[in-house]
Design a protein around this ligand. Structure first.
Ligand code: N01
Length: 549
């Protein structure tokens, strides 16, 4: 195997590369590392000034991962895994960013990353079977392969509220938080949005602020994280048995062992047994609640039991019964939107300086120079925090001018929703790979494991092409149609379609309502991808200078 070396040392001219990778988050970094292992020259272009992706941008107060730290870490290097020590059960953003920086340094990745450089366009040159990739500064590079490691939640939604520019106080976005941090001491702060970002922000700034007003359009189901210092026994056990745990993760549905799905059906258990199971999961913390019974995610009646349990918990925590009712989600099944994992969220509403504004009954009419006006009241504020989410899964790709055969723009091809084969490629765009693209498990799985599986697959694929003097791989339109139909069919068997979530693009006005991630589970998906390879890349057309295979 060739030594793992930077592209410059591989003797490549700066304008001609084997591979361009867009994004230096967890996906892009591992992709670069793997390509070097097979002697391929690659360069990452990254809009941020440093590595980290999600964990570089989302540095809002309280940002932390919602999967246990040891599970949410790279598995590809036993040495890395054994030497790194997490401090908390759920690592916070600063520790995660330190980890990503450590990985970049440990594997000497920085020489092949161009920071503070956004990719503006990627155009396929059919005469040369190469991608011409142009930066926002107008620099151009040519590459055989273009790999989008642009992230599923990296294109932040912009405030679309009338008067947003008129506010004379400070405004912040959780998705692009100032590096220096913000001190809210003595301030009257309004938070718009109560998804994961909003909830984590709210619970963290509440000790500082003079007054906190939470503007909630749709309540979230939130479960306690039960965070704390990592249990040394858990950390040691993971390291000692990492291969076993990693194998379990890879075969599992979500790649999160903490979910630990129970095989019993909800109504095969007695009411007492059900209650005990939910209590047990609530006490364990995190996503484990969704694994309490096998049918919680697929059977509405079973789901109602879990939802009722959470509703009772909210009622038991929140002192004011009216506020409690406003905080209880009633319009969608639990788990159909990404569940939130919190530290003391519902308790916040028992503080005298915190108020909840229910936008479902009193919508925001405008942002004014002094605050926020709803249909019922005007709220005077010193700062507004937008925690309003992302144009998920397709947003980051849409903002790049990606053009494939015949000049077709990806955004236009996907006007009615994303079309991919395995979430890895889209027909008409040869040699363009997506890491955790729409149609792959991605956001429904442990992202790091989903990333590793895609990167390994893409690396093997590029190696396969090189070993056989093939130059182009492209998804066939038939395979793509079949895959999209398969993903939709699987989604119809779940409860996901019953929520207006970002999984469906429902949070972005005008975005087609299409369920984007693959809901069949990471384990099954991995098997499918492996079978495709075993069947000579079934569903892909592989071509060389004068051949089709
Ligand atoms: O975004 P969201 P997020 N006026 O879309 C509201 C991951 N993540 O950044 O539901 C008023 O969930 C919107 O209301 P509604 C995780 O996968 C993980 O919080 O559209 N409100 C909603 O309440 C997560 O799911 C962690 O009615 C407006 C909120 O803003 C994903 O990222 C931490 C509005 C947006 O919630 C996204 O989470 C953070 C408007 N005009 C994020 N527009 C971890 O813990 C939107 N809203 C790992």
């Amino acid at each position: 195997m060739p030594e793992n070396r930077p592209a410059a040392a591989a003797g490549q001219a700066s304008g001609e590369l084997d591979v361009v990778i867009v994004g230096a988050g967890l996906a892009g970094l591992y992709m670069l590392h793997k390509l070097r292992e097979i002697g391929i020259s690659a360069r990452i272009y990254e809009a941020g000034s440093d590595v980290g992706g999600t964990w570089f941008w989302n540095r809002y107060p309280g940002a932390r991962v919602d999967v246990e730290s040891q599970e949410y870490s790279y598995s590809f290097s036993p040495e890395l895994e054994v030497e790194w020590a997490w401090t908390e059960r759920y690592a916070a953003q600063p520790e995660l960013l330190k980890y990503v920086n450590h990985v970049a340094d440990r594997f000497h990745l920085r020489p092949d990353i161009r920071f503070s450089t956004r990719i503006a366009s990627a155009i396929f040159d059919e005469t040369r079977d190469r991608w011409t990739v142009t930066t926002d500064a107008g620099d151009t590079v040519s590459a055989r392969f273009c790999i989008m490691a642009t992230g599923c939640l990296s294109s932040a939604k912009q405030p679309d509220i009338p008067g947003a520019d008129s506010f004379s106080g400070d405004t912040y976005s959780t998705a692009n938080w100032p590096e220096v941090g913000v001190d809210f001491t003595g301030k009257r702060v309004g938070v718009i949005g109560t998804g994961s970002s909003g909830i984590q922000t709210i619970t963290t700034i509440v000790p500082q602020v003079r007054e906190l007003t939470v503007f909630q359009r749709t309540p979230s189901f939130s479960v306690p994280a039960k965070n704390g210092p990592i249990d040394p026994k858990v950390a040691a056990d993971w390291k000692a048995n990492r291969e076993h745990y990693r194998a379990m993760q890879r075969k599992s549905g979500a790649g999160i062992l903490q979910v630990s799905p129970n095989e019993t059906l909800t109504f095969d258990a007695s009411p007492d047994e059900r209650r005990r199971a939910f209590e047990d999961r609530w006490a364990r913390g995190g996503f484990s609640l969704l694994g309490a019974f096998a049918d919680v995610n697929v059977d509405k009646q079973a789901n109602d039991e879990a939802a009722a349990f959470v509703a009772d918990k909210i009622r038991s925590i929140v002192d004011d019964p009216d506020v409690a009712e406003q905080l209880i989600p009633t319009t969608y099944p639990v788990g159909a939107k990404r569940m939130c994992v919190d530290t003391g969220y519902y308790q916040v509403f028992n503080q005298d300086n915190v108020s909840l504004v229910d936008l479902a009954t009193t919508p925001i009419q405008a942002i004014t120079p002094t605050g926020i006006r709803t249909s019922a009241h005007e709220y005077e504020l010193d700062a507004i925090i937008y925690a309003i989410g992302f144009d998920a899964m397709t947003g980051a790709l849409d903002r790049i001018n990606i053009r494939g055969r015949d000049g077709l723009r990806l955004k236009d091809k996907w006007a009615a929703g994303p079309l991919t084969y395995l979430g890895l490629m889209t027909s008409g765009f040869p040699n363009l790979f997506m890491i955790t693209g729409p149609g792959s498990p991605s956001v429904l799985a442990n992202m790091i494991l989903a990333i590793e599986q895609h990167v390994d697959w893409i690396t093997d694929c590029i190696d396969h092409l090189g070993n056989r003097q093939l130059s182009v791989i492209e998804a066939t339109p038939t395979a793509e149609q079949d895959w999209v139909a398969h993903v939709n069919e699987l989604a119809e068997q779940t409860l996901y379609l019953q929520a207006n979530s970002w999984y469906l693009g429902a949070n972005i006005p005008g975005k087609p309502r299409v369920f984007m991630p693959y809901p069949g589970g990471l384990g099954l998906y991995r098997e499918t991808c492996d079978e495709v390879v075993a069947n000579r890349y079934k569903g892909f057309a592989l071509t060389g200078p004068d051949q089709t295979v």
